[in-house]
Write a protein that binds this ligand. Sequence first.
Ligand code: NDP
Length: 315
Amino acid sequence: AKNAAALAELVAKSERDGPKSHGLAMLPRYRQSFESGYANPAASPQITQIAPSVLRGDGDNGYYQLASAEARAPLIALAQETGLAGFTCANCHHLAALRFDTEALAEAGLIAICVVNSLALSGPHGGQKPVFGTNPMSFACPRPGRAPIVWDQSSSVVALMDIKLAAQRGEKLEAPGGLDASGRPTTDAAAINDTLSLLPFAAHKGTGIALMVEILGAALAGGRLSTQTEEKAGFGALNVKPGVTMIALDPARWGHDGFAEAVAQIVEAIEAEPGARVPGDGRLAKRATAEAGGIPVDDALLKSLGYSAKSAKTG
Ligand code: NDP
């Protein structure tokens, strides 16, 4: 029940704020991971303090959200005590969207940086064969008088789940997001879904970020490398057991009394630009709409999950 509640919360938040690709569309994948025996539905993660400012998590082969929920309070306490604390987690499954994890720390007054590696889908710039996952990262920071700044993004042009959704809907991408069967960059989501070879964002710069995430995520935490997919393949599974690293900083311990004011000024400068928004604030607009009028769910998606729109409204 604890596992189901953690995943249900993640799915609901993803449907509400985005990314929808990590919402209800993930349910069959979660089910597959339990039914195949790849993930432990009764996981009981262990969190151990292994250095004055470092917590290490063993996810007990369950989903990451359980371990992170257990680590959150001690991580916040350590960061407040020392100014800087870290949490790594391995032996866990799919982190999904990073934004909810970093947001919780920023709500407690901390700056948070989180990375996780994933399944090899993206070649290093100039190469063909995938070495990195879509290796996402997130940054969150308290913002005076308002909800925290929180952004998260993959290090590929487009996240895999969004390629899959676009392929299902027969949509083209706005810009080339992967390679087709002949190794050429393409906007054809279905072709990329066939090759599973995604492009890093911003060419060599994206490769640098993906490399950092692979090292800080998989290598530091002891997760499976993005290329180590044999076990996953054996279970016919759709995710890997990645490595996660979360770094939390308490700005109150870093010696600059004007931190909050400086953040407010940066935000003000962005918002003074017509057409610009603080990265991640799109989620707040979606959240406000959902709070006012409910969370819209795609009919076709509900049908594919075995629900009718009517039963979902009442059930
Ligand atoms: P997007 O490109 O959709 O968005 C990246 C960030 O930019 C978001 O914080 C978004 O927030 C913000 N943003 C988007 N448009 C603008 C704009 N016009 N101005 C300012 N900010 C903007 O993200 P990705 O497709 O790369 O990733 C999607 C999700 O998938 C993420 O949540 C990521 O954590 C997750 N992911 C998870 C993986 C895993 O293995 N666990 C692997 C890869 C990705 P907003 O629109 O709310 O403002």
